[in-house]
Design a binder for this molecule. Structure first.
Ligand SMILES: *Cc1c(COP(=O)(O)O)cnc(C)c1O
Length: 360
């Protein structure tokens, strides 16, 4: 392998497209004749304005974001959005949340500090291994929004069919599936995510928000927590995460070049199939999620014996595969196979696990 890099199955920060890293390397000392690195630039400069404008436009092109949605580049990760969403969107002080795993649980805990949270469906009964039926939820009329985590990074479940919100605004945490497949933005009021799973460096969240949800009557909120402030200032009320925005912009261009989100989805389906097909025929390993709701991005699996799991992790590490330890709340192993993980990496990992199985 070029550069002697490892196959990195980390859940985040995660592997990046090599081509993008090379481009960044080439622009490191002198960005396109500016005489400086993007890290060293004023965010108020013309050259940087072009970087952020292009990043936004490329994201709009990729996802087909309608004109009545704002794109915000914010700091504080996805976690700050757990608070900003209820603070900005709870007009009536009431929201419906669907509990499908660790990340929706965290969002619920934060929203409860702001208003009334109705958990209308949960998969807690089976340790979050499936997506509950949300075709006919009990949603009070004055609910401000319905919240989902569209891909649970830790538990490895994903929504293949969005909940029936009965006309209410849908808010989705797409952190670990951002740009992994086409997305019909108009189905949502807010889509957001931290970028360090599937797009770029940590420390940046992207929020795609329908304009009519941005309120101007929230002047009592700390300014930094108001969507309006960020929207009115083109995500530059203060110094944004310039570097992360620059790198994300590169990834957007890379995705456009390889054929956009349709092409990316085809590749992701193919990659995940290699892994799930292996799990389904294995006598030693098994996936923890029901087949219908399996994530294309995060694949938790176990042997059923924690000691043997630990042995597998050591074995794969020795063979050059990093970060396969499952999250402590699920145990076992987890392979995160985000956009930038090449299919060769997945095939090589499966071969390694097959070898382990044959030896045990
Ligand atoms: C990682 C993750 C978060 C938290 O992201 P931070 O950027 O670390 O705050 C939230 N939601 C999901 C689904 C995640 O995968």
């Amino acid at each position: 392998m070029k550069y002697n890099r490892t196959y990195n199955f980390s859940a985040g920060p995660a592997t990046m497209p090599e081509e993008v890293l090379e481009e960044i390397r080439d622009e490191m000392m002198n960005y396109r004749g500016s005489g400086m690195c993007v890290m060293e630039m004023s965010h108020r400069s013309k050259v940087y304005q072009q970087i952020i404008d292009e990043a936004e436009q490329d994201l709009r092109d990729l996802m087909g974001i309608p004109d009545n949605y704002k794109v915000l580049f914010l700091q504080g990760g996805a976690t700050l959005q757990f608070s900003m969403i209820p603070m900005n969107l709870m007009k009536n002080g009431k929201a419906v949340y669907i509990e499908t795993g660790a990340w929706s649980k965290k969002a619920i805990a934060e929203a409860k500090k702001v208003g009334e949270v109705i958990v209308a469906a949960s998969s807690k009964d089976k340790n979050y291994t499936y997506i509950p039926d949300c075709s006919d939820l009990d949603i009070p009329e004055d609910t401000d929004y319905v919240y989902i985590c569209e891909n649970e990074t830790i538990h490895g479940v994903t929504w293949n069919k969005l909940p029936n919100t009965k006309g209410h605004v849908l808010v989705s945490d797409q952190s670990s599936m951002f740009l992994s497949k086409p997305c019909n933005v108009s189905d949502y009021g807010v889509i957001y995510g931290g970028v360090q799973k599937n797009i770029g460096p940590a420390g940046l969240a992207i929020v795609i928000i329908r304009e009519d949800l941005i309120r101007d009557d929230l002047t009592d909120l700390p300014v930094y927590l108001q969507y309006k402030i960020h929207a009115d200032n083109g995500s530059m009320y203060n110094t944004p995460n310039c570097w992360a925005i620059y790198v994300c912009g590169k990834v957007f261009k890379y995705l456009k070049k390889i054929g956009g989100l349709e092409a990316m989805e085809r590749i992701n389906i193919e990659k995940a199939k290699v892994f799930y097909d292996f799990l389904d025929q294995s006598k030693l390993f098994k996936g923890t999620v029901v087949p219908e709701d399996r994530s294309l991005m995060n694949i938790p699996f176990v042997t059923g014996d924690p000691d043997l799991d630990a042995e597998v992790i050591a074995y794969t590490k020795k063979a050059g595969f990093e970060n396969l330890k499952g999250h402590k709340s699920v145990g076992g192993l987890r392979a995160s196979v985000y956009n930038a993980m090449p299919i060769d990496g997945v095939i090589a990992l499966v071969d390694c696990l097959k070898k382990f199985e044959a030896e045990h």
